[in-house]
Design a protein around this ligand. Structure first.
Ligand code: BES
Ligand code: ZN
Ligand code: ZN
Length: 496
């Protein structure tokens, strides 16, 4: 999609399929295109008693317009209540514009700037609008035999965003958002692929190919090498599967001598292992590699944006299957750093593979490490679909994550890691066991991870946000790519 920023004088007289106008509930329509259009739109809103409720559309065709206006139609976009309007609202409305292109048959639009309320941070809001426009176009139809034919299908090809005053610097923002969206789409694609296609080897290969294109070094550690390195927790999860596990390490060197680590859980399918899951909704466990998808996509975007930081991305990839050689409840395994773990429940496997990754990253002497994982159903019980659980051992790092979370609207909510929770994972037979009792499951999972950490660290439990069974504006059904925009925002702002 071509997106540009222009002033009214630059587009006057040019032809567009539609002009998009924002209309707030109970407010007069203003800042449209010019006075004549303002008058027309105001009349239409009044005559049609358009509610202007958030996300509603009123499309008016040319036959009702004076011939001097070179638009085929006017798209009046309900922007809801002005008090509630923020950059997230704009992100959502951006997706409403691109998603309705087919229904209302427009492929080029001029977006007027009625959204630019004084209370908004203009550049954040502008970026959100562009994100919404692009993210709303995501489709995953690789396994649909009948695809809508390319030539016939109407999609939004061009959007000109009107700007009063200078428009310098906004092209850069558009270019940046395109890179970010590409990465979000890569993460969503990897997530949406079924586990018979997206095996550990397949994902490792994609990571290698895509990373090497943008100058990220990749090392793929297979079963034998993992064994010689003592990654026994990782291998304990892989034991029940015929698929070879792959431990992928991606290094991006952007400058300076500090290293930052990002880790992602990569269970390509989680059956639960011998602690087998019930079959209802088990198909959703193909999304159990969402953390890994997020990390691969993020490091690629960091490289494309040439951020001046050094980042290592690590994704242990394996299936969790109940094979004849699978790990059994009660088995005790020595992790790479020497900690003995009693595996009481083989369905609590994410923390096991992450433990070896948390250990491995120590060789980089990282400034901080963030891990991203669809770790616990308990986190969904606590926070639903709206936020990822945030836990960690460093207040400053948690603050950095929270402020990026506010900017990107990839929401996080903190849960505590108090010492008292350590009790919950004490084992009678080993240093630690991999599950607690019924309660505080998101926290005990993080308490387990904390045992393997001796640096500044934060953990994002994305079980509730990684995939969605509903389309929600710019968030598509299936994999959401959650975490990519959040992590990127963190590294974009570290530089400054
Ligand atoms: N992958 C699951 C967590 C999960 C559940 C993610 C639902 C997304 C949606 C994880 O490996 C798991 O099974 N966790 C167990 C832990 C329990 C055995 C302590 C859980 O949450 O039930
Ligand atoms: Zn599990
Ligand atoms: Zn899992």
């Amino acid at each position: 999609m071509k997106i540009s920023v222009k002033q009214v004088s630059e587009v006057r007289g040019e032809f567009f399929d539609a002009v998009v106008v924002f209309s707030f509930e109970g407010k007069k329509v203003r800042r449209v295109f010019d006075n004549s259009l303002t008058k027309i739109v105001s009349e239409i809103v009044e005559r049609e008693k358009f509610s202007s409720k958030f996300g509603e559309l009123l499309v008016v065709y040319k036959y009702k317009l004076p011939r001097s206006l070179r638009f085929n139609k006017i798209v009046i976009l309900g922007a809801g209540k002005e008090e509630k309007f923020d950059s997230e609202a704009l992100r959502k409305l951006g997706s409403v514009i691109s998603k309705n292109a087919e229904k209302y048959n427009y492929s080029s639009v001029v977006v007027t700037d009625g959204w630019a309320l004084k209370k908004l941070d203009y550049s954040l809001a502008f970026r959100a609008l562009v994100e919404g426009l692009i993210l709303g176009t995501y489709k995953f139809d690789r396994f649909m035999s009948k695809k809508e034919e390319d030539g016939k299908k109407v999609e939004l090809r061009e959007a000109v965003i009107l700007r009063r005053g200078g428009s310098v610097g906004f092209e850069e923002v558009v270019d940046k958002v395109k890179v970010v969206a590409e990465s979000v789409f890569l993460a969503r694609d990897l997530q949406n692929l079924p586990s018979n296609v997206a095996t550990p080897s397949y994902i490792a290969n994609i990571a290698k190919e895509e990373c090497e294109k943008v100058g990220v070094r990749v090392k793929v550690i297979g079963r034998d090498e993992a064994e010689s390195m003592g990654m026994n927790l990782f291998l304990a999860v892989a034991r029940g599967s015929e698929e070879e596990p792959k431990f992928v390490v991606m290094e991006y060197e952007g400058g300076g001598d500090k290293w930052y680590g990002i880790l992602g859980k990569g269970i390509t399918f989680d059956t639960g292992g011998i602690s087998l899951k019930p079959s209802e909704k088990m198909e959703e466990m193909k999304f159990d590699m969402s953390g890994a998808a997020c990390i691969i996509a993020t490091i690629i975007a960091i490289a494309k944006l040439k951020l001046k930081v050094n980042v290592v991305g690590i994704t242990p990839l394996t299936e969790n299957m109940p094979g004849g050689r699978a790990t059994k409840p009660g088995d005790i395994v020595r992790g790479m750093g020497g900690i003995y773990v009693e595996i009481v429940n083989t369905d609590a496997e994410g923390r096991l593979i992450l433990a070896d990754a948390l250990e491995y990253v120590k060789r980089y002497k990282p400034e901080f490490v963030i891990d991203v994982a669809t770790l616990t159903g308990a986190c969904m019980v606590a926070l639903g679909y709206e936020a990822a659980g945030l836990m960690g051992n460093d207040d400053q790092l948690k603050r950095i994550i929270k402020s990026s979370s506010e900017r990107t609207f990839e929401r996080v909510w903190e849960l505590p890691l108090w010492d008292e929770y350590e009790e919950y994972i004490k084992s009678n037979f080993a240093d630690v066991k991999n599950v607690g009792n019924r309660y505080g499951g998101a926290i005990t999972a993080a308490m387990f991870l904390k045992k393997f950490v001796d640096y500044k660290w934060a953990h994002l439990d994305i079980a509730g946000t990684a995939f969605s069974d509903k389309e929600k504006y710019y968030i598509s059904k299936g994999g959401t790519g959650f975490g990519v925009r959040l992590l990127l925002d963190i590294f974009e702002n570290l530089e400054k």
